[in-house]
Design a protein around this ligand. Sequence first.
Ligand SMILES: *Cc1c(COP(=O)(O)O)cnc(C)c1O
Length: 381
Amino acid sequence: MKDPHQAADICTHLGDDYDRYLGAIVPPLFQNTLFTRKHENHGYSYTRINNPTIEILERKLAALEHAPEARVFASGIAAITATLSSLLKAGDHVLALKSAYYPVIGFLDTEMKKFGVEVTYLERFSRREVESSLRRNTKVFYLESPSSNIFRVLPLKEIASMAQECGAVTVLDNTWATPLYQKPLDLGIDYSIHSATKYLGGHSDVLGGVVIGSREGMDRLRNGPRASYGACMDPFAAWLLTRSLRTLEVRMERHSQSAQKVAHFLKSHPRVCRVYYPGLVSDEGNEMAEKQMTGFSGLLSFVPDGDHEAVYNMVKSLEVFEEGPSWGGFESVVNTPGLSQNLEQLEFQGIPKGLVRISIGLEDVNTIIGDLDRALRHMPK
Ligand SMILES: *Cc1c(COP(=O)(O)O)cnc(C)c1O
């Protein structure tokens, strides 16, 4: 297929080059570190810098978000920390979202602080909040929308134009929405980042990260932090991710449809106090999400009507859901951020006590709902 533009066509066929690869229907895995100089090497030299298997994946990801270029990394957190390192220097100031993926806050508060970078954390990047926190040295707006755990939706177009007015760069963690449901560069965002470990991989068997943006920015990342920190992706991980992308759209349709049903089910359940899912019309982020996104993924949270022990036991009694911190895979997973002992984090990030986060997998949706219903009904009052 020549120059595919539709997401499903990009996922299935962009990067196909049958003439170059002996007619192989799947582009081969270049699991080599060195490309020798004594022979024609098409500009490849060393896999820490570039590799054909990695570049096929990068071209697909850039095309999916209508962007010039993408770079892939060893993990999502490697993509985020390399991007921040490439944009910041001593004396700079960052505005960052409080409810962002928590390890990023740890990175800003410890690693970046060591190098003299200052941070102000904001609740929702409203104009008032931004204007009262801006400084002459504000260089980066660090965003995540929908954000972790409580899925706060930020007005991305408005934030991007505020950043442009003051000459700051916008960086957005777009993992929740996937490149299918939100195209940050179309909204004026400069850098879009994903943990490929979640939906892009989708099978809980590969770690990876992605940064998507301008050619200049991506070249700076490739030759700068990615090369100097050695944060590059392994070719086998890139090959697995290219495999995973072929089913991204059909997987996301199922995750999304099932999550919508589960969210409705929980919303009307007598033992549930509150549901956090931007796909619900009643959610505070729904109106903005409808404007800037084209779909909703399968990760949501709810607060059961029970004390710490009741919620703990309810989660342990789930049979379909395995318990753990990751999400976006084929399997349903439950996690309990609201039972954390780190009360400082809960307060800071606005996570209510008792919050349970569920990643809706590809199992039969009635099996998933049945499991939740049984566990909730048996929860002591
Ligand atoms: C998991 C996650 C990350 C980190 O990705 P890794 O691949 O685990 O390094 C970053 N952002 C969000 C929103 C995540 O959920």
